[in-house]
Write a protein that binds this ligand. Structure first.
Ligand SMILES: Nc1ncnc2c1ncn2[C@@H]1O[C@H](COP(=O)(O)OP(=O)(O)O)[C@@H](O)[C@H]1O
Ligand SMILES: [Mg+2]
Length: 350
């Protein structure tokens, strides 16, 4: 299997998502998968109505892969989406699809799809400036959660305890005139400092981890120091994660589920979920699960060499079939040669 993994940043120690990419590289080696880590920003995108394969990367043409795994998550730019669509149009399997990535990069769009599918979500208002504090108080009350539309790893999520704090923040946001980049969301008190991350791959719950913040704060992200422990999700929770993943058309998803007084609420879904904490807590090899599941889903032989061996075997078999069954060689007895008569020369008289 030849796989391209899309990652727009360097594999440097200070890049938070780099360890996951390194894990993909490590597992690909172990499984004999040909993996190329590529930066989508380094493709030259030439759209042409003439068919044929085209992939120009850093000035050279690349061979067609069997699968693309984008790992750009909520930082997926328009350019990356355009590159993904270019290869999707050319028939490459992509997990997740650009359309699905786009809808979950935007937390409001995620919740619009979730609510549209009749699944429970916290009540959420898209920020409008100047902020209508009265509307937020009426609809959501306090405390209220304020989120960046495209945040990740717990950055850009804050809790405003009361109206005075929210007034201050609203003033700040109005001054920044940042447009509709913020959400105001109902605070789910029963979930303060804890939630569940469910990993769904190819329509199956692969692992679930309950996360607990370690500093008493309301955010439970592992990247902020939260602790994770593996759990077997209750049926209702597992079904909810599967339904959300299906509604969002994701092949791979990390669904964050909040605990409510009765039942659960969907916090968000991630198209390129971090999994360092999950691997530690649940003892699974996430890239292996993903490679194997995607190979099954898209009917791609996992090991490139296996495919090669099968092709060779098939070619050899058809060549042998064409020759037909082997015949025993005919043995013709050697013709006996009669020795030439010995001519004696007459003795010459001296
Ligand atoms: N409405 C909410 N009520 C209670 N806790 C929340 C709410 N929204 C988010 N949280 C907490 O904050 C964390 C981060 O929020 P999330 O929307 O998942 O942002 P990120 O994309 O940065 O992970 C969640 O994992 C959860 O612990
Ligand atoms: Mg989250």
């Amino acid at each position: 299997m030849r796989v391209w993994l899309f990652f727009n940043r360097d594999l440097a120690p200070d890049v938070p998502e780099a360890p996951e990419v390194l894990r993909f590289i490590e597992t690909a080696k172990a499984l004999d998968i040909e993996l190329h880590v590529l930066k989508p920003s380094e493709f030259d995108l030439v759209v042409d109505s003439g068919g044929g394969w085209s992939a120009s990367y850093q000035g050279r043409e690349l061979r067609k892969p069997d699968l693309i795994i984008p790992r750009c998550g909520s930082e997926t730019s328009y350019f990356t989406l355009a590159v993904l669509r270019h290869f999707e149009r050319q028939g490459v399997a992509i997990a997740n699809s650009p359309a699905a990535i786009e809808s979950v990069a935007d937390k409001l769009h995620t919740l619009q799809v979730v609510a549209g599918a009749g699944l429970p979500a916290p009540k959420t208002i898209l920020g409008k400036f100047p902020v209508d504090v009265g509307l937020v108080e009426r609809e959501l009350g306090f405390p209220v959660v304020v989120k960046k539309l495209k945040g990740t790893r717990g950055n850009g999520v804050v809790l405003c305890q009361d109206r005075a704090q929210f007034d201050d923040l609203a003033n700040l946001l109005d001054g920044a005139a940042s447009g509709a980049d913020f959400l105001f969301q109902q605070y789910i008190r029963a979930s303060h400092g804890r939630d569940v991350r469910v990993l769904v791959v190819n329509g199956e719950v692969v692992a679930a981890m309950e996360r607990q913040s370690s500093d008493g704060g309301f955010k439970s992200n592992i990247s902020l120091g939260g602790h994770g422990k593996t759990i077997t999700p209750p049926k209702e929770m597992a079904e909810l994660a599967l339904k959300v993943t299906q509604a969002l058309n994701l092949d791979i998803s990390g669904v964050d589920i909040l605990f409510d007084k009765h039942g659960y609420r969907i916090c968000e879904a991630n198209s390129a979920p971090g999994f360092q904490g999950l691997e530690r807590a649940c003892g699974i090899d996430v890239p292996e699960v993903i490679f194997r599941a995607m190979a099954r889903k898209f009917a791609i032989p996992l090991r490139h060499s296996q495919r090669w061996e099968r092709t060779i075997e098939r070619a050899a078999r058809s060549a042998l079939d064409a020759i037909g069954p082997a015949q025993p060689p005919k043995i013709t007895p050697p013709t006996l040669l009669r020795p030439a008569p010995i001519r004696r020369r007459p003795l010459q008289s001296s």
